[in-house]
Every structure is written in structure tokens, then in C-alpha cells.
Design a protein around this ligand. Structure first.
Ligand code: 5GP
Length: 126
């Protein structure tokens, strides 16, 4: 799959936009005013949850520059809540956000990967 150009305009037909609108099902883990979280369709760890803000932002760059303080704060709080609810704080977990070609972002709606459930090793391989 082709990596996202992080500077492109938001595409309302991207797969996560469709999940947010309920047009495509997801295995929902958490939802509040600011965020939706669901299990990754191709998990890379025993726990692999995708957390997405509800606003229309292509990438972390877009989100961090343009989202309101309430949206950014609400999203960050939601990630913390989800990790606590999944019991990941004590064993530990990893947050990952891919951006653009070098980051390997495929879906053009900003998302954080919340991974855990086993020792994930040191940082990045490959
Ligand atoms: P990215 O490389 O953009 O950071 O990661 C996109 C992630 O979305 C991948 O881990 C991929 O498995 C996941 N994904 C892609 N399409 C779907 C889908 O339709 N449903 C779910 N739950 N995950 C998806």
C-alpha cells in the first residue's frame, strides 16, 4: 500500500472516516467526545488498539498544528484512559504514530497505535 502524503487535504472517504460514521464496522474498545478506539484488523502485538481523534485531521502534523486545545487534550486523555482500562500501565506499553512516507502511514486519518501484552523490544527494527 502507498504511504500517505501528510500534506494532502483530508479525504472523507478514508477507511477511518467511514468507521467514525459507522459505515464500516469496527471492534470498538472505547469512545468518548474526542476519540474512538478499536482493535487493529491486523494486530502486531497481543494488544494492538488504534486510537483516533473524531476531528478530520490527516496526520499528526495536521492534528498538532490545527486541532483545538480541547481536542488535543481530550485525545491524549483518552489514550491514557484506554491504556489504564486495558491494564497496560503496570506491564507497560508502546505508543506509535506513523507520519508520511518515512513513517509508513497508510491511513490518512491521524491515529495512534497502542501496543502491548508482551515485551516489545527496543524501539524500531527493519
Ligand atoms: P498506519 O500504517 O497508517 O499507521 O497504520 C494503519 C493501521 O490500520 C494498520 O495497522 C492496519 O492494520 C489498520 N487498518 C487498516 N484498515 C483497517 C480497518 O478497516 N479496520 C481496522 N480495525 N484496522 C485497519
Amino acid at each position: 500500500m502507498e504511504a500517505v502524503d501528510a500534506s494532502q487535504p483530508y479525504d472523507r472517504d478514508n477507511i477511518f472516516a467511514k468507521i467514525l460514521r459507522g459505515e464500516i464496522p469496527c471492534d470498538k474498545v472505547y469512545e468518548d467526545e474526542f476519540a474512538l478506539a478499536f482493535n487493529d484488523i491486523a494486530p502486531q502485538a497481543p494488544v494492538h488498539v488504534l486510537v483516533i481523534p473524531k476531528g478530520e485531521y490527516v496526520s499528526w502534523d495536521d492534528f498538532s498544528a490545527k486541532a483545538s486545545d480541547a481536542e488535543v487534550g481530550g485525545f491524549v486523555r483518552a489514550v491514557g484512559i484506554i491504556a489504564r482500562e486495558l491494564g497496560l500501565v503496570e506491564p507497560g506499553y508502546r505508543l506509535l504514530c506513523n507520519l508520511g512516507a518515512d513513517g509508513g502511514q497508510i491511513v490518512p486519518h491521524v491515529h495512534v497505535h497502542l501496543c502491548g501484552g508482551k515485551s516489545l523490544g527496543r524501539m524500531i527494527s527493519g
